[in-house]
Design a protein around this ligand. Structure first.
Ligand code: 5AD
Ligand code: SF4
Length: 480
């Protein structure tokens, strides 16, 4: 599902693929839209498509047909940026064929490099940051008038709350709903606070409305998205850090309350969320998860490192013991909860002993799944300014390999424990390997493949697990 080095909670098979909306009546121009990075970026692409659709564009999967190419970029690790640079080179040939073609760079890399991108990548006409998508139609107009256009302003208010995203390349069953933007945490390694700005939460009523509409359209699962969902707090709009008075705080809606509101849309609508933060995850949220069957029993709780000195340097706001306490709380309140994590190997000054602490913590938790990365220094971050990126590349690679190997074992162990059990699976689509097999997920977010029979996407099916690999559960429907 992913390449260790590259991306987070994303479907790696979708990286960079063009997305399509049905040809629209009255559409005069064609957009080719490619997306990289996290789910939030894919969700933003759906907002971009919606804005362009309202301005007379339809989308195409054929790059040679395009009037406009947009690439929605990621800046989290250097290799994510290099991949986009490579893509831009390939667009050059297309532009040679069609000199009127407009090329726009959107998203985190646009925000990080700003107008420098225009200097470095001559073919780029348009640079637009994640908070400036409403401005796209007028920026495109400037480009048509022969100018280069840049808008990388970050906003205090923008949550695109009133924009109904055009669902791109989905299965019609599962969808993402963005509930907040930006991040105030300033983890020392992370570029996100610089590319996505300060944290602000979206009006809960608009979130519930979006979930309700999706359900009515036949969707059966929504994932609430934010950089740190546990920090969600809505008190009428604007920045989280500006919610000051006790009165404002009392009237505010927190994440547990939001989760409950969305869970109440329908018992047949599954609710997931990502990403949680160990320093902010409350027991209140865990109790709401336990209370509603349709809130999936799965938490992605990035640990980054198992060593308290590293965690302190990373500015994560918790220690190894604190993290362990949060895991114990999950196990106590939601005994059957799936847990996954993010891990960084070789952060500045990490010793072998400290790396081993990561391995022992992984074993202690017994993660079901993990996204594992080598540390990649990012410009402007606290780590870049204060520390030296001094763990040699080959040591980083060796540590990452150990981490990946351990996780493979843990994932396999976790799957083996499920053999013989029965799970409710929400069917998403036919299996990639065989037309006669369906693929769906358990509440714990594990992929299950089973013979199709009379079932179809969107069905809830009870499946008995008969076998497994490290990545997939294999079973058989037991529904009447
Ligand atoms: N280098 C490596 N991994 C990083 N992540 C964030 N910044 C970096 C970086 N500079 C990882 C973290 C985070 C996930 C989204 O990406 O593990 O949780
Ligand atoms: Fe980056 Fe930390 Fe914010 Fe996640 S919580 S986006 S790692 S700063």
């Amino acid at each position: 599902m992913f390449e260790h080095d590259d991306f987070k909670v994303i479907d790696e098979t979708k990286q960079g693929q063009p997305t399509l909306i049905a040809p629209l009546e009255g559409a005069t121009k064609k957009l080719y839209l490619e997306s990289y990075g996290c789910q939030m970026n894919f969700s933003d692409s759906e907002i971009v498509a919606s804005i362009l659709k309202d301005n007379g564009y339809s989308t195409t999967k054929v790059i040679q047909e395009a009037d406009v190419i947009f690439v929605n970029t990621c800046a989290i690790r250097d290799n994510a940026e290099q991949r986009v640079r490579g893509r831009l080179k390939e667009y050059k040939a297309v532009k040679k064929q069609n000199p009127d073609l407009v090329v726009g760079v959107l998203g985190c890399m646009a925000e990080r490099l700003k107008s420098k991108l225009l200097e470095e990548e001559k073919l780029v006409d348009l640079v637009v940051g994640p908070d400036a998508y409403r401005d796209l139609p007028s920026l495109l107009e400037s480009v048509e008038n022969g100018q280069k256009a840049v808008n990388v302003l970050l906003s205090k208010e923008e949550t695109y709350a009133d924009i109904t995203p055009v669902r791109l390349g989905g299965n019609g069953i599962t969808a993402f709903i963005s509930i907040m933007r930006g991040c105030d945490n300033m983890c020392a390694f992370c570029v996100v606070p610089f590319t996505r700005g300060r944290e602000r939460s979206r009006d809960p009523e608009t979130i519930v409305k979006e979930a309700t509409e999706l359900f009515e359209q036949g969707y059966r699962e929504v994932t609430l998205l934010g950089q740190n969902v546990d920090s969600y707090l809505y008190a009428g709009g604007g920045l989280k850090k500006e919610i000051m008075t006790e009165e404002e705080k009392k009237g505010a809606v927190n994440f547990a309350q939001l989760l409950e509101k969305v869970a109440l849309v329908s018992p047949l609508l599954r609710v997931r969320f990502s990403t949680s933060h160990p320093k902010d995850m409350t027991d209140e949220v865990l109790h709401i998860m336990a209370k509603y069957d349709n809130i999936c029993k799965y938490i992605h709780l990035p640990v980054q490192s198992g060593n308290s000195r590293m965690l302190e340097r990373m500015n994560r706001g918790y220690s190894r013991e604190w993290y362990q306490d949060r895991i114990s709380a999950i196990r106590r309140i939601i005994p059957n909860c799936g847990i996954s994590t993010d891990i960084i190997a070789g952060f500045c000054s990490e010793t072998d002993e400290e790396h081993k602490d990561t391995l022992t913590l992984m074993e202690w938790v017994g993660y079901d799944f993990a996204y594992m990365f080598k540390y990649s220094e990012r410009p402007k971050t606290l780590a870049e300014r204060k520390f030296t990126d001094d763990v040699p590349e080959e040591v980083k690679s060796a540590r990452l390999a150990e981490i990946v190997q351990l996780q493979q074992g843990l994932s396999f162990e976790s799957n083996k424990k499920d053999v013989g059990k029965i799970f409710e699976v929400l069917v998403e689509n036919t299996s990639k390997r065989s037309k006669d097999q369906l693929s769906g997920r358990t509440s714990q977010n594990k992929v299950v493949v089973f013979p199709k029979k009379e079932f179809k996407a969107g069905d809830y099916v009870l499946v008995k697990i008969l076998d497994c690999t490290a990545a997939t559960l294999l079973g058989e429907a037991i529904n009447e």
